[in-house]
Design a binder for this molecule. Structure first.
Ligand code: G6P
Length: 607
């Protein structure tokens, strides 16, 4: 989703802005631009497509200046072309925006009637003219921004420069994230700490409704009412060194291979391998008194929530409601007081999930978040934060964030089950043992990488691919299908194996590969029957199972991948890896942009 960078500095700023935009690339975008102030006047360069296009443009037509703003745009209003690319400007100010101005039509009409001339199809341009309208009434930039913010509806993060006001940048945030970075005689703003990582690690996150006057010497932060407020400056854990690709051709492959290590890191924070006890420290509520759990998330994180629903219901014996955030937030549900609501998000910034979190908070729920970014909005507003220690995830298709989410949620299930007396100490120790083995079992799965790359040749020409699973294998089927869609653009569906005969079985012929996820668990025989139904109709099955499963049924499948024999509790974590690799290799064979697939954004900060 749109990315913002702003610098009030002491050096030539254009190359620094472009570097910053490259660090924001992972969020997903379709055009990019920068603007600087030179002798009080605006210089601007924008280009459709990748940042390399912008770089070429700037190389041919350089711009100077020691302060500037930059933007990667993920189109919402108006085509992803140069004219709609940010920064947007008129003769009084220039700005970049992340989010959606919901009342832009009304503002446009009002300002057009006053003689403002609009050039783009964007919602953002309304802000340019609104601010400049107030400036033309004799207001200072600070007054003009404060007045404009009162008129804006929707979500936004903004960074604004003003002609004739050398040295001043104003930033504001409502709904969309924005961080201020403190340098040495230089100041920065960015959509996230990653954008600022090599520039500074001293970060201040604006609160909802805040706006800030930023100069090279520091920032004055105002709250929504205009009062000057102190916001803590923290040392972010994110460093520039963490965001390289190493020797891997793509971030996604690197992140798949990091899974044994980051699952281990995450486990270390929650589980003591010596006495085999999970310790979720310092929860501000009592897990034994929770009448009901609600889990809300989007995309891949939702699939992690779905696995957790099975775990919490089966192991901790607590009823769980599960929904995607964009639906949940408008269901107007009356939530049971004292319930626990769990929000799962890699970024901790997904607009729908954050809005759902605020709704649940207002309904008197205990709020727990499972996030990968400790400083994210969701983490800052939660009662309890369970961190995944996946490190920065740059590939748009989520991989290591998902398996570390599962790791955290598995620990939560064990802890809750133990505290509620749903399992005894011996069973808890067994489950903990199974979890502590996951990192090394993951390495055993990664050994199949080459074989999976071969299998991808059979998938790459398919028009449709079906993924089937039961129990916790069902969300993994959904996740496998999502991964394939996201990066190879092949239509894929994940289905509960037992539900297949209610529809998707009509799709089956020799051209539709069917990936069957079937660990030897209590549902194996049922899944096996569904697989036979596919084979009887000429379907080509790729069978993911363990030694026992493959011994029973492997000879019926077109291909098999043998996964380690594990406690079925941890199977969903391990069975994720082959479906990640299959989509990765299929995408590589198809030549798609694996790390930045078309139309997708890493962090979706609009509804
Ligand atoms: C986007 C990303 C997905 C991600 C989803 C939820 O769609 O492309 O990979 O699963 O958002 O993001 P979150 O940060 O809340 O986990």
């Amino acid at each position: 989703m749109c990315g913002i960078i702003g610098i009030v500095g002491k050096k030539e700023v254009a190359p620094m802005l472009i570097d910053g935009l490259k660090r924001l690339e992972y969020r997903g975008y379709d055009s990019a631009g920068i603007a600087t102030l030179v002798n009080g006047g605006i210089e601007r360069r924008r280009a459709e497509g990748k940042i390399t296009n912008l770089e070429t443009l700037v190389a041919g037509s350089p711009i100077g200046g020691t302060m500037g703003i930059g933007h990667t745009r993920w189109a919402t209003h108006g085509l992803p072309n140069e004219i709609n690319a940010h920064p947007h400007a008129n003769d009084r100010c220039v700005l970049v925006h992340n989010g959606i101005i919901e009342n832009f039509q009304e503002l446009r009409q009002e300002l057009a009637a006053k003689g403002h001339r609009f050039e783009t199809e964007t919602d953002t341009e309304a802000v340019v003219h609104l601010v400049s309208d107030f400036l033309s009434q004799g207001m200072t930039p600070q007054e003009a921004v404060a007045a404009s913010l009162k008129r804006l509806e929707g979500a936004f993060a903004l960074a604004i420069l003003f002609t004739g006001a050398e040295g001043l940048m104003i930033s504001a945030r409502r709904g969309s994230p924005l961080a201020i970075g403190y340098g040495d005689g230089e100041m920065f703003v960015g959509s996230d700490a990653l954008a600022l990582a090599p520039l500074t690690r001293r970060i201040c996150y604006l609160e909802e409704g805040d706006w800030a006057e930023i100069t090279a010497d520091g920032a004055i932060v105002h709250d929504e009412a205009g009062a000057i407020v102190e916001r803590a400056i923290r040392q972010t854990a994110t460093s520039g060194a963490m965001i390289g690709k190493g020797n891997f051709p793509h971030f996604m492959l690197k992140e798949i291979y990091e899974q044994p290590a980051v699952i281990g890191d995450t486990l270390h924070t929650l589980l003591n391998p010596w006495n085999k006890v999970v310790t979720l420290q310092g929860l501000p509520f009592d897990l034994t008194r929770i009448p009901r759990v609600t889990i809300i998330a989007c995309g891949t994180s939702f699939h992690a929530g779905m696995v957790a629903k099975y775990w919490l219901e089966q192991i901790a014996r607590v009823p769980v409601d599960l929904d995607i955030a964009s639906e949940f937030r408008y269901r107007a549900i009356d939530m049971q007081p004292g319930g626990l609501s769990i929000f799962i998000s890699q970024s901790g910034e997904t607009a729908d999930t954050l809005a759902a979190q605020r709704y649940a908070k207002a309904q008197g729920q205990h709020i727990m978040v499972v996030v990968n970014v400790a400083e994210s909005s969701m983490a800052r507003e939660a009662d309890a934060v369970l961190l995944t220690h996946a490190g920065p995830e740059i590939g748009v298709a989520s991989t290591k964030a998902f398996t570390t989410q599962l790791t955290v949620l598995a620990c939560l299930a064990i802890d809750m089950a133990s505290k509620r007396g749903a399992i005894d100490a011996a069973r808890a120790a067994e489950l903990c043992s199974a979890l502590t083995e996951v990192p090394s079992r993951c390495n055993e799965v990664l050994v199949h990488d080459e074989a999976i790359a071969e299998l991808a040749r059979e998938i790459m020409d398919a028009h449709d691919v079906l993924y089937l699973g039961r129990g916790t294998g069902y969300p993994i089927a959904l996740e496998g299908a999502l991964k394939l869609k996201e990066i190879s653009y092949i239509h894929a569906e994940g289905y509960a194996a037992g539900e297949m005969k209610h529809g998707p079985i009509a799709l089956i012929d020799e051209y539709v590969p069917v990936i069957v996820i079937a660990p030897s668990d209590n549902l194996f025989d049922k899944t096996a029957s569904n697989m036979q139904e596919v084979i009887a109709r000429g379907g080509r099955v790729i069978f993911l199972s363990d030694a026992a499963g493959i011994k029973k049924l492997g000879n019926m499948a077109a291909a098999t991948i043998e996964l380690p024999t594990v406690d079925p509790f941890v199977a969903p974590i391990l069975y994720t890896i082959p479906v990640q690799l299959l989509s990765y290799h299929t995408a590589v064979l198809k030549g798609t942009d694996v790390d930045q697939p078309r139309n997708l954004a890493k962090s979706v900060t609009v509804e």
